[in-house]
Design a protein around this ligand. Structure first.
Ligand code: NDP
Length: 421
């Protein structure tokens, strides 16, 4: 049917690309591109050696910080869709290149600058902190600003098709379509019950993960943001197939888009589970300055502490063989249907070792990579179409929900869930 250009070949991309190759009726051709082309070549060889896919796979070298390099690549590959699975730092350059070439754009995380000291970005950020009331480094304003340009160009940008954001937002659209006339509250619960056996490691890019987790928390209530100190709000929850876990309230990007796209919603919160060991390590690293994102001089050389830390920590893509246990990620909704109060929970349980057997990755990469493929498929097949910039909850959730069941992330609706106080 069509050709996808995937930018990035890290933990998440490796799953998404293998799922595209499994789905060869939709993805005739897959071009994999990043700065380290040897990684892309290794994945191509792995898929070809398995001999199960009819997709033609090519690789290329690109620095996605350069719009010119991206334009040259897109012009030579001629993809129908570009799937951005590099880092949030590259979102805007890749959106610019897609716009210049008239090609659809899909990603899994919203824009965040690499250099948070950049005065031009900082001025916009500080204004936004004051006006909106949350201080996370990432927000949708940068990408939503492309709405008119994408609309005028007649192309589609789909933002945030991972699990959270992504599946959690599609769950919300599904709940609204089939279970509620009005959703009052949304609690997004992200539980990783997996154990990789290391004292400390992150399940996806350490820099992005630690920036997110060490930041202030926040939630949406009655039309505005309420900000909390990092890890200030803690709850316990008994997760199906995982058990009792401590979870902490974080700021998370889908709160921003759901607050805009779910009419009349009164409260949206996001909780993630963390073990005590993870939190103690993170606090210690933060206290000694290892989570700093600015440049410091070390023996006459400029280094960014969090990037140095990344080089020391286990590569998330290497955790697959050693991670056991399950993830349980989903959303609890309360609201009304036909004048009656109701609450439901929609969730998926994913087993780390099952993912490893299928694609050689742990469940965090899997639960992100599968929806990245599905979101791209929605655009490629025209099941989701429209000119402009969209979050996933703005489309019909049904074909996406069907695809989750088909491609490895089956979901459950619990009509009598335990609520979070
Ligand atoms: P990794 O660090 O494992 O991989 C990042 C990839 O991007 C690497 O292949 C890297 O390759 C490539 N890359 C980085 N910079 C550039 C550049 N300048 N030009 C070209 N390629 C580049 O990250 P993950 O796979 O863990 O995460 C990928 C994305 O998924 C991130 O944006 C993350 O935030 C998002 N994510 C979303 C989730 C969700 O549920 N929505 C959950 C987890 C992650 P190279 O260095 O060779 O260029």
């Amino acid at each position: 049917m069509g050709k996808v250009l995937v930018i990035g070949c890290g933990g998440v991309a490796q799953v998404a690309i293998q799922k595209c190759a499994q789905n060869d009726a939709v993805f005739d051709e897959i071009c994999i591109a990043s700065r380290t082309v040897s990684k892309c070549d290794d994945l191509k060889k792995k898929i070809e050696a398995e001999g199960k896919s009819r997709s033609k796979i090519t690789t290329a070298k690109v620095n996605a910080d350069s719009v010119d390099e991206l334009i040259a690549l897109i012009k030579s590959v001629k993809p129908d869709v570009v799937l951005n699975l590099a880092l949030p730092y590259q979102d805007l350059t890749i959106m610019d290149a897609c716009l210049a070439c008239g090609v659809h754009y899909v990603d899994s995380a919203n824009y965040e600058p690499e250099d948070t000291e950049d005065p031009k970005w900082r001025a916009v950020y500080e204004k936004r902190c004051k006006e909106l009331g949350f201080t996370a480094y990432f927000d949708y304003s940068w990408q939503w600003a492309y709405q008119k340009k994408y609309k005028d160009a007649g192309i589609t940008a789909i933002l945030g098709t991972g699990f959270d954001p992504g599946v959690t937002s599609v769950f919300t659209a599904y709940a609204l379509k089939h279970y509620f006339d009005q959703i009052d509250t949304i609690d997004i619960l992200d539980c990783n019950g997996g154990d990789h056996g290391y004292p400390f490691a992150t399940n996806f890019n350490p820099e992005i993960n630690l920036r997110e987790v060490s930041a202030n928390g926040s939630y949406w209530e009655n039309g505005h943001w309420v900000e909390t100190k990092p890890m200030e709000i803690k709850r316990e929850y008994n997760f199906e197939q995982v058990g009792m876990k401590d979870m902490y309230l974080l700021h998370h990007e889908e709160i921003e888009s759901l607050a805009k796209n779910v009419p009349g919603v009164k409260r949206i919160r996001f909780f993630m589970t963390f073990g005590q060991s993870y939190l103690t390590h993170m606090k210690c690293l933060e206290n000694v300055g290892m989570l700093r994102t600015d440049t410091v001089m070390f023996e006459g050389k400029e280094i960014v502490p969090i990037q140095f830390l990344k080089a020391l920590l286990p590569d998330p893509a290497s955790l697959g063989p050693r991670t056991v246990g399950k993830t349980n990620i989903g959303c609890i909704y309360t609201g009304t249907k036909d004048g009656k109060k109701r609450s439901i929970k929609i969730y998926n349980v994913c087993d780390h070792q099952e993912c490893y057997k299928e694609v050689g990755s742990q469940a965090i990469s899997y639960t992100t990579g599968v929806p990245a493929m599905i979101g791209t498929m929605m655009v490629m097949t025209g099941q989701w179409k429209g000119a402009g910039v969209f979050n996933v909850e703005e489309f019909d959730p049904d074909p996406y929900m069907e695809a989750l069941n088909k491609w490895g992330l089956p979901w459950v609706v619990d009509e009598n869930p335990v609520l979070v106080d």
